[in-house]
Structure formats: C-alpha cells, structure tokens
Design a protein around this ligand. Structure first.
Ligand code: CA
Ligand code: ZN
Length: 295
C-alpha cells in the first residue's frame, strides 16, 4: 500500500476526512514533505519566500479500521528512505539562540551514502521522524505542537526499528506523520534539523485497550516514555512517574522504592526538543533490567 504526500494535514483533528482506510495489520509506504512543504530546496531559495501556512505538513490522516477510543495504536517504523538533500534554517527570535542573530538563514546539505555534507564536515546520517501521531478527542492540535497524541515530538529515537504506542482517542485513530530529519542533535536548539522529504515504510496494528497517557516507545534494547509539557521540568516529572508505574506493573516482585532506585541507577532522562510550543523529554529504561517485559 502506498500513500502519497498529496494529502496533508496541518493539525491533528477528528474532523478531517481520512485519505486512506486500512485493516490491521497494515504495512504501507507513506511519502512525506519536509517541514517546509518542500518550499526551500535550492541554495538560491530564501526564507522570506516561505508560505508559513504550510509548515509541518503531516501525510494523512489514515483511518485504522477497528481502532476505538481507549485502544492502543501500535506503529512500527520499518524503514525511512530520505531524499538526497536536506534543508536547515535558523532565525531571529527562534530556538535557544534566536536572540543572538538577525534575520533568517538557510543552508541546503547533500546526503550521500549515509553522510550529510555541511560546511566542511561529514556528519553521519541519523534518520528520524519529527511529527507522528493521532487525533485528539476534542479540538485541533497544530502539527507543530507535541502532546498526549504524539505530534511534533522531534525525538531521535523515533527511527527505523522503533515501535511507538499511541493512545487512540477517536474512532479510526486518524494517524498521520511527516517532518523527517536526516540528522538532529537532542534539543533541536536552532529550531530546525536537517529537514528532509522521505518515504517511510511502517506497520500499523491495534492493541485493544491499554491506551497510554503519553506515547511509549520500544526498540531492541530500550523502553522510553515520551512526555511533552510547557516546561522541561514538568515533562521530566511526568515521564519518570509514568515509567515508574510501567515498571511496577511488570516487575511485580520489587517494591516501589526498589524500582525507583533501579531507575535512578540505569534509567536516563533525555531531552528530545526544547524549541516547540511544549517541550519534549523522554525517560529511557534498558530492557535488560526488565526481563520479559512487554508493552
Ligand atoms: Ca519538528
Ligand atoms: Zn523538522
């Protein structure tokens, strides 16, 4: 199955008409624009030609047959195929250093054999998906904002081999994604990664019930809970609380204080991004200290 980037949304909203209906398990290729809707793709392009109404397009939404409120949408990222070049920008009053520059600036960087060429440097590609999520129960959430529904989480771990579990809030889940990055550092401090059009191969499935408060991620070696809040501090507190509960339900022979001490010894607070309307943090716990644990 293939879904082209012709149909995009700029907010997660239950009122959007689905552009595809799938029966699970469903494996499909989804084509995505970069976060600028591919408007800045040549070195001669200028930031001031940008139509700001078309920022952060997410391809979709996809109606997942049988997904009901309270269920879990399981999304496995099989492959990310990037375009051969990406765009990065920084601008006045955006990001953590926006007060230190004037105007807007962009650079185009080629991507070849897993290497990004930027200035005189060769930077290894670290593919990831910036925007991925489902519709909230009520209202519309801009695709630039992260939250309970996922959205613009800009999290490095959302990459090939990862499985992400989302809380289904509306019938069909209304899943959408976009904003792939060829490389980004934790924090995304300059407000942009190397933004890149892409095609993502993914598998959608439903787990009845169990819808998590915030997206939960699993890869070969780790579990992560990805929390977005107005401040990093608030996000850290909620991410650790949720991981503590997650582990308590699975490591039932240990007490809460023992689990907290284990989390303190081997778990990691990691910053996903600090430049979006809500800040995103993940608490990461190695699976080897949770033997046999499943989502
Ligand atoms: Ca983003
Ligand atoms: Zn992006």
């Amino acid at each position: 199955m293939y879904l082209s980037k012709d149909n995009v949304i700029f907010n997660f909203n239950k009122d959007h008409t689905p552009v595809l209906r799938v029966t699970t398990p469903a494996t499909l290729d989804v084509e995505t624009f970069d976060c600028f809707s591919n408007q800045l793709r040549d070195p001669s392009d200028r930031m001031d030609q940008l139509d700001w109404e078309r920022i952060n397009p997410a391809t979709g939404p996809i109606f997942v047959e049988g997904a009901e409120p309270g269920d879990t949408l399981k999304v496995s990222i099989n492959r990310i195929n990037l375009n051969e070049k990406g765009t990065i920008c920084c601008m006045e009053n955006e990001g953590t250093l926006g007060h230190m520059i004037k105007g807007t600036h962009i650079r185009i960087a080629p991507i070849e054999n897993g290497i990004v060429k930027y200035l005189n440097f060769e930077i290894p590609v670290k593919k990831m998906i910036g925007v991925i999520g489902v519709a909230p129960m009520e209202g519309a959430i801009n695709t630039g904002t992260p939250g309970h529904h996922g959205g613009n989480m800009d999290t490095l771990m959302i990459t090939e081999g990862a499985t992400i579990y989302f809380h289904v809030a509306v019938p069909g889940a209304l899943f959408a994604l976009g904003d792939c990055h060829a490389v980004m550092g934790d924090g995304e401090i300059g407000v942009s990664a190397l933004e890149c059009p892409a095609t993502i191969n993914l598998t959608l499935d439903i787990i009845k019930g169990k819808g998590p408060e915030y997206p939960v991620l699993e890869n070969k070696d780790e579990f992560a809970i990805i929390v977005s809040k107005p401040t990093v501090d608030e996000a850290i507190f909620r991410a650790t609380e949720l991981m503590c509960e997650f582990l308590e339900q699975r490591l039932t022979t240990y007490s809460r204080p023992e689990i907290i001490m284990l989390m303190s010894l081997v778990g990691n607070v990691q910053i996903s991004q600090v430049v979006d309307p809500e800040k995103t943090v993940r608490f990461v716990f190695p699976k080897k200290y949770a033997p046999g644990a499943k989502f």
